[in-house]
Design a protein around this ligand. Structure first.
Ligand code: CMP
Length: 140
């Protein structure tokens, strides 16, 4: 079924100049970009986006990291987009992510792992709402 998912290039990906490379992979795969925006997350936005990790030992570090420099968020649409994008980005730990995945090719850390993607359609809708205003999502 056609799904939407939320993807965010994290500060390390932006600082390392990987925005184009990453977007190109999703475009070539055939995913449709329905929204795209660079912004610097506020603490409040970051805590909302990562609310499920509140209380975990890495939470503070994660919030500091994702608010340290701009991020690039996007809404991608396509058949089974949630699982397809998760496969393309690879597992959280860049040291264990297989080559060919975005983290496998560009990350060597568990925290600074270049990119985030929603893990379910419900989570995608929640995260899209945190990052985008309704009128920033283009119907095409
Ligand atoms: P992400 O897929 O965005 O979801 C939660 C993020 O928390 C994860 O990627 C990592 O950036 C970060 N994270 C997860 N586990 C750890 C950890 N053990 N130490 C530091 N950061 C982590």
């Amino acid at each position: 079924a056609v799904q939407r998912t939320f993807v965010m290039i994290k500060p390390d990906g932006v600082k390392r100049g990987l925005i184009g490379e990453i977007i190109a992979r999703f475009e070539r795969k055939g995913l449709k970009i329905k929204a795209l925006k660079m912004k610097k997350l506020t603490r409040e936005e970051a805590e909302k986006l990562y609310d499920i990790h509140k209380g975990k030992p890495f939470f503070e570090e994660l919030i500091n990291f994702v608010t340290s420099a701009p991020v690039v968020g996007m809404v991608l649409e396509g058949d089974e987009a949630v699982s397809v994008v998760r496969l393309m980005i690879g597992p959280t730990d860049g040291r264990k992510a297989p080559p060919g995945t975005i983290r496998g090719d560009f990350a060597l850390s568990i925290g600074e792992n270049v990119i985030h993607a929603s893990d379910s359609p419900e989570r995608a809708e929640y995260e899209i709402k945190v990052f985008f205003k309704d009128d920033e999502i283009i119907d095409w």
